[in-house]
Ligand binder design. Structure first.
Ligand SMILES: C[S@@+](CC[C@H](N)C(=O)[O-])C[C@H]1O[C@@H](n2cnc3c(N)ncnc32)[C@H](O)[C@@H]1O
Length: 387
């Protein structure tokens, strides 16, 4: 699926680092100017309250490019005008829409990108609609059951399960909710458009090489990373594996130059890996969905297929050590850490936690390199199978 490209984090500029630094300073200034009693207060900054509703109610996607009064979008989506006004007026205070006159709203860069970009709306529906409510239930989940590694209710009930009133782990539950499974897959594919999350960092940084290599993209969603990889390396063969309901959505026609080099295969990554002898097994944004107990099972299931020297490559957030990263970058990793806790009782990991995970799974996994490409929010963990 092709989505319009967002604001760029172009590799030849230092714009991203400068932007992070300035945003950090502004954020600190805001903190200094804010009454301490309000620093942790939920009403202090919560754009999600209006933005999620505006996306859900399709008010954003129906907003005309030339701007409008409240009556028009309210009628288009058949919703109460007063509520539409409340939502839009709130969003304008976060620079999503601009209130030009008392009853006339126009686009800002923030509202325009939401209106024009279906993938971004999917991401809002998943990120705010599905995942965020789970994080609000973390305390309840921990109070009910403590110290568990189960993704569903066995001991700890993750927030997502309370929120959705189901005993099933998220990905199994999604299999019974086709519309939400589609939304999730679209959202993950679109997520690569966000600054700092492009697959290009991985492609430029990891030596996939120019030889005839086979890469298995385990939990590869609808194949968005494999397509980018096959485009980047003209001789690579990619096999994208995911749950059957996801693979069904992935089997859209591929461009002619990729047709014989990207294949899709339904596969449950808790079962033994069916593709033996591949050069690279890629797990991008996969293990962070799982507690150590389940992450180890996913890695163990690879072992029967690994040839000596095979690489297991992770592309995930890394929690930086104390003082190692700008605090806004650490905030990003820690935000995702709590997302994962709320979603599946899972976590992001520090470099040492990644190393222990592999060591505890099997001593033949040798973590050879952990690196973070400049401007990428995701790190690359390279592991060699020394079996
Ligand atoms: C967070 S998404 C990451 C998708 C993709 N790798 C990326 O980087 O955008 C996690 C993926 O794991 C898949 N998944 C979850 N449980 C699975 C299982 N048991 N077997 C195979 N794939 C699974 C999900 O369907 C989803 O596509």
């Amino acid at each position: 699926m092709d989505y319009p490209i967002l604001q760029t984090d172009a590799p030849d500029s230092n714009a991203l680092a400068a932007r992070i630094k300035l945003l950090g300073l502004l954020d600190e200034l805001r903190g200094l100017l804010t009454d301490p009693a309000l620093l942790g207060s939920p009403e202090l900054r919560n754009p999600s309250m209006s933005i999620l509703a505006l996306v859900h109610l399709k008010i954003i996607e129906n907003f005309p490019s030339e701007g409008t009064t409240i009556k028009d979008p309210a009628e288009r989506v058949n919703r109460n005008g007063n509520i539409v006004r409340q939502l839009m007026s709130h969003a304008t205070t976060y620079h999503v829409f601009f209130q030009e006159k008392p009853d006339f709203f126009t686009h800002t860069a923030g509202s325009r990108v939401l209106t024009e970009n279906e993938g971004m709306r999917s991401w809002i529906l998943v990120g705010l609609g599905e995942t965020m409510p789970g994080t609000l239930k973390i305390a309840e989940a921990v109070s009910q059951n403590n110290d568990s590694e189960e993704p569903q209710h066995t001991i700890i009930i993750p927030g997502w399960n309370i929120q959705n009133n189901t005993d099933l782990p998220v990905f199994q539950a999604l299999a019974t909710m086709p519309e939400r499974a589609t939304l999730f897959a679209k959202a993950m594919s679109w997520h690569t458009q966000l600054p700092g999350y492009s697959p290009q960092y991985l492609l430029d940084h990891f030596p996939f090489g120019s030889g005839d290599i086979t890469v298995v993209d385990v939990g590869g969603g609808i194949g968005h990373i494999a397509r980018a990889l096959a485009d980047h390396c003209p001789t690579v063969q990619c096999i994208v594996q995911d749950r059957p309901e996801v693979i069904l959505q992935a089997e859209q026609p591929l461009p002619a130059n990729l047709q014989d080099r990207v294949r899709f295969q339904p596969h449950d990554f808790f079962q033994d890996q069916p593709v033996h002898g591949a050069d690279v097994y890629l797990l991008r944004h996969v293990l962070h969905d799982w507690s150590n107990k389940y992450a180890r099972k996913i890695l163990q299931a690879l072992i029967p297929a690994l040839k000596p020297g095979a690489k297991v490559v992770l592309n995930d957030h890394i929690i930086p050590g104390y003082g190692e990263a700008h605090y806004l970058e650490e905030r990003k990793a820690r935000d995702y850490d709590l997302y994962m806790l709320g979603l599946q009782n899972a976590q992001e990991r520090t470099p040492d936690e990644w190393k222990s995970l592999f060591r505890d799974t099997d001593s033949r996994f040798n973590v050879t390199k952990i690196s973070q490409p400049s401007k990428s929010y995701l790190s690359i963990v390279e592991v060699t199978w020394e079996g």
